[in-house]
Design a binder for this molecule. Structure first.
Ligand code: NAP
Length: 258
């Protein structure tokens, strides 16, 4: 449980990107029960409504804000709005993501660029726009979403490169920001039941139920993951007690790599 007040006496504010659904929505809900006000960022502000409502129902303030994390002016405007409507953000969860899977010989330049833009450029821009609030407060937490795909996954050259890149980005920010009381860590989920994995099943032409059963059978903890499994790990990294844990990559995959 994080303390509800920062050193300056004001309520702590968390930003979660891609929080309209899936893992981001679960993280937003969890951080609200941990005592944070939560800014719910996603491409479409209207799509943020149900996550905003669930944060508010746990007694915290929330705002839904439209952002394209890969667009500099959009990121600047979104972070400014969060700071003025909820307060300066001291927690950032870089969760927004997309897949554009294909085998290398069929992967288009657009599919390569789109995936690297959202994950890497997105995390870079969001982290750059929020870090000043954290260093000013002398306290902050950045949690980046990597993936077991960082270790290699057929049909995901773009996504694997982006998710491996997130790990190097995480380690470097942890070195730069540690002296300001800011920790930076990454979570690498295995198979998590969300719209993203449902789309993968559809692309492969298998039912989502069969896809999940197959993935569960090959996982040492024999089940698939849920968004709440990831939210729990985020909650740990963000907690006060994790202040000496930085630059780490935690695989949350029911085994060493899912
Ligand atoms: P999801 O259900 O597809 O949700 C991703 C969210 O990100 C969507 O709401 C999406 O908005 C939003 N988004 C996409 N591009 C954006 C942009 N440029 N700016 C702002 N928001 C944007 O995905 P998920 O499964 O919850 O995944 C969340 C994170 O975990 C991703 O980084 C993913 O790579 C990572 N991850 C997931 C799994 C898994 O098994 N699900 C495993 C490992 C890692 P739209 O709906 O409008 O597109």
């Amino acid at each position: 449980m994080a303390p509800s007040n920062s050193g300056s006496g004001s309520q702590r504010v968390a930003i979660v990107t891609g929080a309209a659904r899936g893992i981001g929505a679960a993280v937003a809900r969890r951080l609200s029960t941990d005592g944070f006000h939560v800014a719910v960022l996603d491409l479409d502000e209207a799509a943020c409504a149900s996550t905003v409502e669930s944060v508010q129902s746990s007694g915290q303030e929330a705002v839904g804000v439209a952002v394209d994390v890969a667009d500099g002016p959009s990121v600047e405007a979104a972070v400014s709005r969060v700071a003025s409507e909820l307060g300066p953000p001291s927690v950032l969860v870089n969760n927004a993501g997309i897949t554009r899977d294909n085998l290398l010989f069929k992967m288009s330049e657009d599919d390569w660029d789109a995936v690297l833009r959202v994950h890497l450029r997105g995390a870079f821009l969001m982290s750059k726009a929020t870090q000043g609030h954290m260093t000013n407060a002398g306290w902050g937490r950045i949690v980046n979403l990597s993936s077991t795909s960082a270790l290699g996954n057929r049909g995901q050259a773009n996504y694997a490169a982006a998710k491996a890149g997130m790990q190097g980005f995480t380690k470097t920010l942890s070195i730069e920001l540690g002296r300001f009381g800011v920790t930076v860590n990454a979570i690498a989920p295995g198979f998590i039941v969300t719209d993203m994995t449902a789309q993968t099943a559809q692309r492969l032409g298998v039912s989502f139920a069969d896809f999940q059963a197959a993935r569960a059978a090959e996982t040492p903890v024999p089940r698939v993951g849920t968004p709440d499994d990831i939210a729990h790990a985020v909650s740990f990294f963000v907690s006060e007690g994790a202040s000496f844990v930085s630059g780490q990559v935690l695989y949350v995959a029911g085994g060493p790599r899912g």
